[in-house]
Design a protein around this ligand. Structure first.
Ligand code: PHE
Length: 449
């Protein structure tokens, strides 16, 4: 008598690409990528990173999309449906947990983008030298509760969008704004490369010293690749479950990887020449971006306006990523625990906020929130990005390659024979053999060192 309730879904092809790219492109590209590159020897890291996104990123992303669309279910439900009465759903549970963890520290940095919008609007960078801008940044960290309040605002914003559901929530925001971010990064890149002393930064970014490729660099590049592409925790399983049967999954994966990598590279081109020119150390971590960028705008005609636009776009890029993090958790709570979407959103946001406070307060001087010599913020980042995501990704490709298998994979990527998908055999080979092996080797090598 009653028809089965239709799943919420993405309206058009650009819908899934925009939403997946919106998830991928975020602070991971503009903030985390330069930090990791700076801390891991520059161009050598970039090379490994590019290998990771091409050879592992595309196969893992495609596996997630296939699992999601095939199962029509959330990160946990997918494994329950496709492999009932097995331990596979643990991969989904790990993803949901990872979503919480990442959202908790990611929202700290997201909150900073709001603080920096206010700083930009009130013209508080203008005429300042690097030392003053750096001092302001560390003073801000020490105002722990100010960080927490911005973080709370950001979590609420994310909750508001997710509250309203997939279709009009995610799609609408992502479509228009990411191309704008690209444009402003290009403008900034040109300015940065024409600063005096910029060459040293470009060479740091593009001139590899192969002796710098160590086990730690491999682990970091792997983690960064998964983090930046939002892989290994079920974002694309969840989004894949909203994709129409007629969409082309392979071209979606290629487009998203390309867009995400372009933005990261551009961020590098913006940050490093400028950082070298101003005398910001490449290992400066958080300050690398938050101090270099305002300095760069100080050197630009129209810098006041551009600076505001930049931080607004950065906040929005972060938002489309936090939406995807929250969506994984909310889809799980709603579908598996049968809680209404609105209530699920409230619960997930409250839990994230609770964890997030520790991440934010752990960045103050003399903070008590230190675990094994790392701030809670760094510990959460390390465990989720460098351990849980690659581990999740490895299990996902193993699931795709060995459990769901070739026939189902081909069926999904060709839309049951309607698409050609010429690379499907190679990609499946990577999924089945190379990707699990490569991830395992990097891991074990990293552990031994
Ligand atoms: N990919 C996002 C970024 O680069 C972060 C993210 C990681 C989002 C994992 C979802 C899942 O900012």
């Amino acid at each position: 008598m009653e028809e089965k309730k239709k799943r919420d879904g993405f309206g058009s092809k650009i819908g899934i690409i925009a939403a997946a790219a919106g998830s991928a492109i975020g602070l991971g590209n503009i903030y985390r990528f330069p930090c990791e590159l700076g801390n891991n020897g520059g161009a050598a890291f970039l090379l490994v990173y590019l290998a990771v996104v091409i050879f592992l990123g595309i196969p893992v992303m495609l596996s997630e999309l296939v699992i999601g669309r095939h199962s029509q279910s959330n990160a946990v439900g997918a494994f329950k449906k496709l492999a009932p009465k097995t331990a596979w759903p643990i991969v989904g549970y790990m993803g949901v947990l990872c979503g919480f963890l990442i959202f908790a520290f990611y929202s700290t940095v997201s909150g900073w983008t709001l603080e920096y919008i206010v700083k930009a609007v009130s013209n508080s960078f203008s005429g300042k030298d690097l030392a003053t801008i750096e001092q302001d940044f560390s003073d801000f960290h020490n105002m722990g509760w100010r960080n927490v309040i911005w973080q709370a605002v950001f979590i609420l914003l994310t909750g508001f969008v997710v509250f309203k559901g997939v279709q009009n929530g995610i799609e609408k925001y992502a479509k228009i704004l990411m191309p704008l971010l690209l444009v402003i990064l290009i403008v900034l890149g040109v300015r940065s490369m024409t600063l005096p002393g910029a060459k040293a930064g470009l060479s740091f970014l593009f001139n590899p010293d192969f002796s710098k490729i160590t086990g730690k660099v491999l682990v970091s590049a792997l983690g960064q690749g998964f983090f930046s592409l939002s892989l290994g925790m079920g974002v694309l399983i969840t989004y894949g479950s909203y994709v129409k049967k007629s969409d082309n999954l392979t071209s979606t994966a290629f487009s998203v990887v390309l867009a995400d990598t372009m933005i990261a590279l551009l961020a590098g081109i913006v940050i490093f020449p400028a950082a070298f020119s101003f005398g910001v150390r490449p290992t400066a971590g958080m300050g690398l971006v938050f101090n270099t960028i305002p300095m760069l705008f100080n050197q630009m005609a129209g810098g006041y306006v551009f600076c505001i636009i930049f931080f607004v776009l950065l906040a929005i890029a972060a938002l489309t990523s936090t939406i995807s993090l929250l969506e994984v958790v909310v889809a799980y709570i709603t579908e598996q625990l049968h809680v209404k979407r609105q209530l699920a959103t409230v619960i997930a946001c409250a839990a994230t906020m609770f964890l997030g406070v520790f991440a934010s307060l752990s960045l103050m001087e003399n903070t008590p929130f230190i675990i094994a010599g790392k701030t809670v913020f760094d510990a959460m980042d390390f465990i989720s990005s460098n351990v849980m995501l690659p581990l999740g990704g490895m299990l996902i490709v193993i699931f795709m390659g060995w459990r769901l298998g070739k026939t189902k994979f081909f069926e999904e990527v060709t839309n049951e024979g309607k698409l050609k998908s010429p690379l499907k055999a190679i990609i499946f080979f990577i999924i089945r053999y190379l990707a699990p092996l490569a991830i395992a080797v990097v891991f074990i090598n990293g552990l031994i060192k």
